[in-house]
Design a binder for this molecule. Sequence first.
Ligand SMILES: [Zn+2]
Length: 328
Amino acid sequence: MDSKEKEPIDLDRRTFMKISAATAVGFASIGLVASIGTVSAAVENGEIMLNELDKPRTFAGRPQGVPPGMPEQLFDDTALIPTKVFDNLYCVGSRSVVAWVLTTSEGIIIIDSMWDNRDGKLIIDGIKQLGLKPADIKKIILTHGHGDHYGGAQYIKDKTNAEILLGKTDIGFMKAVSVGANGPRSPKPSVVSPMSNGDKITLGDTSVTVIDTPGHTPGCMSLIFPVKQNGKSYTAAQWGGTGAPMELKDKLTYRKSIDYFEKQTQAAQATVKINAHLFVDGGYAKLDAARTLKPGIANPWVIGEEGFAADYDGLRKMIDGAIEKQQG
Ligand SMILES: [Zn+2]
């Protein structure tokens, strides 16, 4: 068993425990005001025990007040099997949200950090299960300033001293907003490096290009980076913000960002599509397929340039419909 379970409670964990014992979390930004319910904390000799971090991971139940359009899977903490998807890209996470683990010649870049400390531990444990070393984590790139993406970052940083990076506009957004998806479930990282449009976040032989795609949040970033498998190189792209924002002006910005990112991924000839919320595009099945990939069978994460074109058309259709509904 993991010897960390016997370590003393540190301040971050204690704070997390106190907060999560009786708080509600909602998602104002994606139209949801929800109570996730209470998390019971074991108390012994006046101390809250650490086993909350290892609590069984299951579907938390659909909280009251959730709008009908909100997917059930967003509330499902059931862990996914840590999976190698490309030679240098791994997926660790839950049915709700995942972190992508990108290996380089000089260590590991993590993309997003899930909801909370417990998820941060899930990511570190998953990296170990994959035969990688958590101590090699050097950078944590956060696609945007919502709690389901930044909440595990401080926990991972405390264990590894990795640098946390977030779009410069979303650093202010994350600090300013503490409701909805940014509720108390998700601790805010204390020291964050700002990213700007076109920055290349480089570690060893690998660079992740970050592209400004505001709308979902004001400083949402989408990513382009190289992956490889069986000696073949591909360009992967990750659209940073899943889901339409509530405000009309933000929807219009989101619409522009789709067009802008499409140009960037076309120029980069991206053919591999990565997503933080696997339930959006059949990711659970793709993950299963990736674990049992036979030689000669195409990797399901490779959707091709035509796949991307269809995907952007779908995104535009979704946002246009939402805009029309709001304007009408
Ligand atoms: Zn979000």
